[in-house]
Design a protein around this ligand. Sequence first.
Ligand SMILES: *Cc1c(COP(=O)(O)O)cnc(C)c1O
Length: 350
Amino acid sequence: MQKVHNLSAGPAILPQEAIQKGAEALLNFAGTGLSILEVSHRSKEFVAVVDEARAMVKKLWNLNDAYEVLFVQGGASTQFLMVAYNLLKTKAAYIDTGVWSTKSIKEAGKFGDLEVVASSKDKNYTYIPKDIVIPEDADYLHFTSNNTIYGSQFHQYPETRIPLVCDMSSDIFSRKIDATKFDLIYAGAQKNLGPAGATLVVIKKDLLGKVDRHIPSMLNYQIHIDKDSMFNTPPAFAIYVLLQTLKWIDKMGIENVEARNRAKAELLYNEIDSNDAFVCPVSAEDRSWMNATFLLNDASRNDEFLAACTEANISGIKGHRSVGGFRASMYNAMDIDSVQALVNVMQTFK
Ligand SMILES: *Cc1c(COP(=O)(O)O)cnc(C)c1O
C-alpha cells in the first residue's frame, strides 16, 4: 500500500513502532497468551505497564517525587472541570486563546470567580497575548499551550508565582520544556501520545487538599493518586500504546523530536509565506509547530486544492469546521516527507 500522509488533527498519527507493539499486544500481551483487551488491569503484567509509563513521564520531564503522574479518563474536556473542582477556592485566572480555552473557562466558571486575564478573541484568536498581568491572589493560572484549532502556540510560557496549570493536549513532549515550572499539566492522549481514551495528568501533590467542597470520587485527584490510577478500570490498551509512544520519544531524544518538529514547521510556513496562492492567518511569532492553519487567497479553489491533496495521498488537511480553510497537523510521529508531500502539492497548485 502506498504511504498515506496523515495530517489529521486528532485522533492523529502515532509512531509506527507504537502501533506495531499495540497490534502485537492485541494478540499476545507480555507473553501471557491473552490479548491486552482481556487481561485484568490488576495483573502484574498490566500493573508493570502503568508503573513504567509513570516512570517514563517522570524521566522525560525530570520530575521528582513532589509530582504524581496519573492516567485518567474523560479526555482533556473532563480536566476542564476537574482542575476547578480540585483547585479553585475563590478565584482563578485564565488565558483565552481559542476554542479549548473557552471551554475550560466555561466549565471552571461554575466553581468560583474567574478572571480572564488575557484573550486574543478580538482578532479571531490569531495571536498569543503578551505581557499578561496575572493577579497574585488567584488560586492558579490556566492556559492552553497549543491551540489546535486556530494554529497558535505559546513559544514562551507565562511567568507567575501562582500555581501554573496547562492544557498541553496538542503539543505535549513536542519540545524541551522545564516541566518543573508547572504545577499541573494535562493532555488527552489522542493528539501526541496514543489512542483516545487515556488522559495524562501530572500534578504537584502540595496543590491538593485546599478546597472545602465535596469532590466526587471519579473527579478527585487525590483518590486517583491513592489508588495508583486504578480507582476504576483504566483503558488498558490506550495506556499500553501511550507507553510505547513515550518509549519512542525517549529513544529518539526529546531534543531530536524538537529539532524535527521545528524543521517540519519551517518547511511548511516558508512555503505558505512564499507561495502567493496561500496565506497564514496567525502572526509569525505565534505560529504553532504542531497545527499550521492556512487559507487559499481564492477560496473558490478550496475543493480543487483538497482534491489535489487527496490525489497525493494526503489525508486530514481540511480546517476545523469553526475556522474553515486548511490545517496541517504535524505531530511528533510525523516524518518530514509528509510535509514535503504537502509542499509539493502547494507548489504545483500555484
Ligand atoms: C483536542 C483537545 C482537547 C479536547 O480533548 P478531549 O480529549 O476530546 O476532551 C482539549 N484541549 C486541546 C488543546 C485539544 O487539542
